[in-house]
Design a protein around this ligand. Structure first.
Ligand SMILES: [Cu+2]
Length: 152
């Protein structure tokens, strides 16, 4: 009887502890790097999903579905105090987002073709207006504008 009670308490404590660890570690989301949108083959060189909303402390894994892409944060389009990232070609990188805000990122070889994406962390409005003002070129300008329009 006494043993069963102790065992119950220990198990309960372990469950609590593992909940706490999960909360700190956050969830891992996946963004795929692809040669074409699986829903629209005319839409070439894409991150899917192009817009991802996550909680502060969550992570994003940039997964290689097709070769020839990378993921790099775009200067000026991440919040103050956030770490920029710059993945190599065909590199699967996992980024943990501890600073809330709007993060714009690009695929370097396909920037001019508009291969860009947004990750929105927590209260992403903190730098949203600043992020929109950053000058982009070519297809990236058009693609970022389209993504920002989807938010309003
Ligand atoms: Cu690309």
């Amino acid at each position: 009887m006494k043993f069963a009670l102790v065992r119950f308490i220990v198990l309960g404590f372990t469950a609590l502890l593992s909940d706490a660890v999960t909360a700190i570690a956050g969830e891992t989301h996946v963004v795929e790097m692809r040669n074409a949108n699986p829903d629209d083959s005319n839409d070439a060189n894409v991150f899917t999903p192009p817009i991802l909303k996550i909680d502060t402390g969550d992570s994003v894994l940039f997964k290689v579905i097709d070769n020839g892409h990378n993921s790099a944060s775009k200067r000026g389009v991440i919040p103050e105090g956030a770490e920029p990232w710059n993945g190599g070609m065909d590199e699967e990188i996992e980024i943990t987002f501890t600073v809330e805000g709007t993060y714009g990122y690009i695929c370097l070889p396909h920037y001019q073709m508009g291969m860009v994406g947004l990750i929105l962390v927590g209260d992403y409005s903190v730098n949203l207006e600043d992020a929109k003002k950053v000058r982009q070129r070519g297809g990236a300008a058009k693609a970022f504008k389209m993504l920002f329009e989807k938010l309003s």
